[in-house]
Every structure is written in C-alpha cells, then in structure tokens.
Design a protein around this ligand. Structure first.
Ligand SMILES: [Fe+2]
Length: 306
C-alpha cells in the first residue's frame, strides 16, 4: 500500500517497515510496528475514509446540529502555538453555522463524542475492531471508544497540548501537520499531568521538545500515544480530520495515580510520581476509587433526603 507521508518515508521506522497486510478495510497499519510502538511512540498510518459519505462538510454540519451543544466547541484559529489556558476567543454563532461557513469563519470546530450518534459509532467500531487484537495484547481491552471531528479554517493552529487517550488522527480533507514531541523533561511531564488530572486544562505553557512533524494529506493519519505533547498547524485550505480515541486499563490506572497525587499535593504532601512504586500506585488507585464510590453514595443519600 503506498504511503503519502514524504517527510517520514526514510527516517521513520513506521514507514520503512515492510507491510505484510492491511489490518482492516479502513486502516492500513504495519501490524508488527504498531505492536512495538503502541502506547509509547507515534506511528504514521494510512486510511480509506477520504470519500466516506458521513465525513463531508455538509453531513458534518448536520452532525453538529444533532449533537448536544456541550459536545461542540469552536474557537478562532488565528492564534499562537502556545496558549497557556483555555481562554481562546470564539464567534457568537452555532456549531452548525461555523461548519457551514468554515471557508470564511477563521475558526476551528470540534465535534465531540460523535459515537453518541449511532451511524458514527458504527464507523468508529469498524475502524477499531480489527486493531484491538493487536493492541489488546499489550494494554488490555480498548474501552472508552470516542470519536472527534475537527473542522479547521485555513492556516489555523491548535496550540501545544496533550491528550489522555490513545488516538488515531485521520486526515479527510485539506492538509495539516501534526507536530508530536516530548515534555522538556520528566519533572515537567509529571507536573503537567498531575495538574491536568487534578482538574486543569491540557494546554501546555511551552512548545514540546524534539518535535517530529507528521505532514498529513487526505488518506494519511498518525497514531499518537497518550500524553504525547503536540500542536497542529493547518494548511492553506479547509481541513477535516477524524480522531478516534480509546482508553485501556493501563491509561486508566495512570490517570488514577495522577489524580491521587494531585489530591496528596493539595494536602501539602510530596507524592512519588506514578510508575516509581507499583505498590504505591495500587494503593492510590484503590484510594481514588473508594473516594469516588463514597462521594456517589453521599450524593445518593443527599438526593433521597431532599
Ligand atoms: Fe490533541
């Protein structure tokens, strides 16, 4: 299967690795490379969704109208590659309107949890079902499957941030460059993740280091592992991308450990970073889960009393 990712053709093992077969009708990934890099490093992929009828701008505008308002977000896109908080300006119009006028709106639009609409859930499952046998051997079942659509005005920027899930970013229309890097150092990684899991925004205060650009044209995609810092630069035309994400027992345990650390830090303690002690991580995981169960019980009791 030909690969249209020229900057990575020779220097990225994900591209130069021999391809034995397609994983599915929709995604084209080198299975052995995916197994090696899954959970730890980005991988360039190809896909076959460019002409899918559910992914035209018109059908996505209908999806924007159909999704609950809280599942859509749009912001002006002519901003810097670093925006340290969530304060990005936006237009005072509906998400569907932003989609329909994306050529001129200077905005980017996110449609979240598209799996809430059954026809889009079927599309997500079709993509992930044949990846799961390989992914599952390393990190367990692919739970929490969620889909996001990004419509972006020409030249808009998604600033430096990280995401908690495994992610396939698949380019459908236009071009963009996904720039994937690393935290400046381990201390920053733990600090940022603890801040995020303690309730903060995922935008970062600085650009990642050691950035590898993944230029994406329609039919290209990139697998981005959880917490890999990245920013996105859109090309000179309207861009449509589909992001398919999932979580695993490993990502969930890591999240619980960071949540516990954030709470301990608020109690003026100095917890060890996740991964330092498996025993400490298990205790923290149990403490957060117990606390959540307790809070749910208190809410139920309060609800019954009112
Ligand atoms: Fe992201």
């Amino acid at each position: 299967m030909p690969i249209a990712c020229p900057m990575h053709r020779f220097d990225d093992p994900a591209i130069s690795a021999p391809r034995t077969h397609d994983l599915s009708d929709l995604l084209d990934i080198g299975p052995s490379t995916f197994a090696d890099r899954y959970g730890s490093a980005p991988i360039a992929v190809r896909h076959h969704l460019v002409d899918h009828p559910l992914l035209t701008v018109e059908r996505l505008a209908e999806l924007a109208d159909e999704l609950p308002a809280e599942k859509t977000e749009h912001n002006l896109g002519n901003i810097s590659t670093v925006v340290a908080d969530a304060e990005v300006p936006s237009l005072e119009v509906s998400a569907g309107e932003v989609a329909r006028t994306i050529e001129t709106s200077q905005s980017w639009l996110i449609l979240r949890n598209i799996e809430l609409v059954p026809r889009y859930k079927a599309l997500l499952d079709a993509c992930l079902d044949e990846v799961e046998p390989i992914a599952g051997r390393k990190e367990g079942p692919m739970g929490g499957r969620e889909g996001f659509v990004f419509l972006s005005a020409p030249n808009s920027i998604t600033p430096s941030h990280f995401d908690p899930e495994h992610n396939f970013l698949l380019q459908i229309r236009g071009t963009k460059t996904m720039n994937v890097g690393e935290f400046q150092d381990e201390a920053m990684e733990h600090r940022e993740l603890e801040r995020y899991y303690g309730g903060g925004h995922s935008n970062m205060p600085s650009e990642p280091r050691a950035i590898v650009p993944y230029p994406l044209e329609p039919g290209d995609g990139v697998y981005v592992p959880p917490h890999a810092p990245h920013f996105v630069q859109n090309g000179p035309a309207v861009s449509v991308s589909l992001s398919i994400t999932w979580r695993t027992p490993v990502t969930e345990r890591r999240a619980l450990a960071y949540q516990a650390n954030a709470r301990l830090r608020r109690m003026r303690l100095t917890p060890k970073p996740p991964g330092t002690s498996p025993t400490a991580d298990r205790v923290k995981e149990a403490a957060v889960l117990t606390n959540r169960a307790l809070n749910r019980r208190i809410k139920r009791v309060r609800g019954a009393a009112n």
